[in-house]
Ligand binder design. Structure first.
Ligand code: HEM
Ligand SMILES: CC(C)=CCC/C(C)=C/CC/C(C)=C/COP(=O)(O)OP(=O)(O)O
Length: 314
């Protein structure tokens, strides 16, 4: 098990020219962060109350910039690990298209800008939650948990669960039960989301000494764990409806989406791999569905709110 206690030592290919803007953009992990930004936007749109459109826009912009900054800091720290994995070897740092200090400075600048602007525009509670999520992802998860424990993403998953809470608090000004439930839903969703992927990129993580669950505990345990979190996710996503915080549009959407999630998870959880040339199709399907699932679930939350507003029930 590797214990990363200092930033990457290897300086890959020599970087002679200033990095291209495309590499700075890539450093923000834009594809992953679309869902982070979307859930933040949904938290903002589903919250009861009104927010000035400019403040609302600034809030989402700051979530995007802050998440991008945290992703850059993650890659600054992990350049040597990324260099050793096929999936990540072509990132700007391991591929030598950018020097490490630029990535660090870029990440710090984005993070600092996002937290300060968030505090000034949407209030310091939102600024504080954003700061916590940036530190959570770039330090608690990346530096501390990831190289040390197979429970890294269970605890570290909290980092990605904050954006809808930020969006919600930007509108209401305080942390009530609903933003906590939205946090809990993403927290519970993260292990099946990531372990489905970890099952089919297991060898990559093993190669660089990252103790992901399938590497340390094996596939069977990982499959069972995926199942446990997916079973718990179903009632958790229904809680906002049962407690009367949302209407039937969200409730039925959650019931259908989470049942399907459980269906995909059951196929992964209860099966055994058929030899080394197994294509891991159910695992790939669960991973792909996990992304679609969260998009649609949070979309349904907003649709539900709009139905209630138009129907005059709030
Ligand atoms: C600690 C928690 C998490 C871990 C370890 C994790 C890990 C990963 C990894 C390794 C990928 C593969 C794609 C890539 O390398 O860029 C991925 C894809 C993705 N993740 Fe996660 N993830 C986590 C949490 C989240 C959260 C909270 C969200 C959004 C709310 C999210 C959204 C996505 C999306 C949208 C993709 C697909 C990107 C694409 O289409 O290429 N992830 N995740
Ligand atoms: C507002 C804010 C700060 C949001 C952060 C959101 C967040 C925690 C997203 C996590 C998503 C992500 C890219 C995980 C990758 O894990 P990894 O870095 O272990 O993946 P890798 O193996 O691809 O590098």
């Amino acid at each position: 098990m590797s214990q990363t206690s200092s930033p990457p030592k290897c300086q890959p290919a020599i970087q002679r020219q200033p990095a291209h803007w495309r590499d700075f953009f890539a450093l923000t992990k834009p594809r992953v962060m679309t869902l982070v930004i979307f859930t933040g936007l949904c938290g903002l749109l589903a919250a009861p109350g009104h927010i000035h459109p400019v403040i609302g826009f600034a809030t989402i912009l700051c979530i995007a910039v802050g998440a991008g900054g945290a992703a850059a800091l993650n890659q600054w720290w992990e350049a040597d690990i990324d260099a050793g994995m096929k999936r990540t070897a072509n990132r700007p740092l391991p591929a030598g298209r950018m020097d490490r200090d630029s990535a660090r400075d870029f990440g710090m600048a984005l993070s600092g800008f996002a937290v300060l602007t968030m505090g000034l525009a949407a209030g310091w509670l939102c600024g504080l939650i954003l700061l916590v999520s940036i530190i959570y992802y770039s330090f608690v998860y990346t530096v501390w948990l990831k190289p040390r424990t197979p429970q890294n993403i269970v605890i570290g998953g909290g980092a990605g669960a904050f954006p809808p809470m930020i969006g919600w608090v930007a509108v209401t000004g305080d942390i009530t039960l609903m933003p906590v439930l939205l946090f809990a839903i993403i927290f519970m969703w993260t292990p099946p989301h990531f372990w489905a992927l970890a099952l089919f990129v297991k060898t990559d993580y093993a190669k660089v000494g990252i103790p992901m669950l399938p590497v340390v505990a094996g596939e069977k345990v990982t499959r069972r764990q995926i199942l446990i979190y997916s079973v718990l996710l179903l009632p958790l996503t229904l809680l906002p409806w049962w407690l009367g915080h949302t209407g039937a549009v969200y409730g039925w959407s959650a019931a259908v989406l989470s049942s399907l999630f459980l269906g995909f998870a059951l196929r992964v959880g209860l099966r055994e791999r058929q030899g080394e040339d197994d294509k891991m199709k159910p695992e790939k399907q669960l991973f792909a569905y996990s992304v679609l699932y969260l998009f649609v679930l949070f979309g349904a939350l907003v649709a539900d709110r709009w139905v209630q507003v138009l129907g005059g029930s709030v």
